[in-house]
Design a protein around this ligand. Sequence first.
Ligand code: APR
Length: 308
Amino acid sequence: MSKVTVIGAGNVGATVANVLAHRDIVNEIVLVDIVGDLARGKALDTWQQAPIDSYSTKLIGTSDYKDTKNSDIVVITAGIPRKPGMSRDDLISTNANIVTSVVKSVLEHSKNPIIIVVSNPLDVMTYAAFKAAGIKSSRVFGMAGILDTARYRAFLATELNVSPKDIQAVLMGGHGDTMVPLPRYTTVSGIPVTELVKPKALDAIIERTKSGGGELVKLMGTSAWYAPGAAAAQMVEAIVKNENRIFPVCAQLTGQYGLNDIFVGVPAKLGKNGIERIIELKLNKEEKKLLHESAAAVKEVMDVFDKM
Ligand code: APR
């Protein structure tokens, strides 16, 4: 049984802890926030849900990294949302500082944890965590693709009036409007989606997926948490249960897809060692072009971080 630390007890972090506790697959979850009482309160609330929903996972909330000692997996959701008047570069610098300091504090108490980054801007925050951690990139990666794919699958389920369970899809690239959904690799119970959805409707769904995060910010005035939290919990589950599941993961590329030293979304196999394997799809010319465009956009942000 494992120990999982979730840093940031805001909307997303608390959801990761809550969803994971319900799976009843880890021994202990430590919820950490700079605001200690918030972490303590949310951990206690989820612990008080245990008798009702029947799970044994223990939860504690804290602001003291000593409590994270010997964590097997660490999920990082700490950060601040973009505020009015704040430039993108300011946001990158603030959140990169947070992610860097969090990773350093974590590693003082856990030797070789698997680190899953959720803080935005995702691709560059994963890069920042990797640089701060100094551990293998198969153990430091980001959650974005499961969420983006889930949005795409949910929209397709609505369009086709079928269960979202039966929609399988792959999506690659950065976590932003350059992401690359791949209709050629999207099926409904094995049936190519292109046989079921007309090109115009499919294009509209792809566009809606690309701005899926923004749609929710507009509706709620803040970014989403249920699907993002569940997505990160699903990655933890794949690792804890050594499931070898294939998900789109924000991973460091070292030559795959003709890309080097960059963190972008690619299909990867997740198991007990983190990323067990990155899968290289045979992309066609157009798909490759879109992926490289997305990678270039991510690289630009990584360069901003490198110059800080
Ligand atoms: N250490 C620990 N916790 C921190 C730190 C820090 N250095 N800095 C900020 N936090 C905490 C805040 O106190 C807050 O409780 O991170 C939490 C962030 O929570 P929210 O503001 O509710 O943000 P949330 O919606 O959870 O999103 C968190 O995930 O999906 C991404 O874009 C999202 O980057 C954002 C992150």
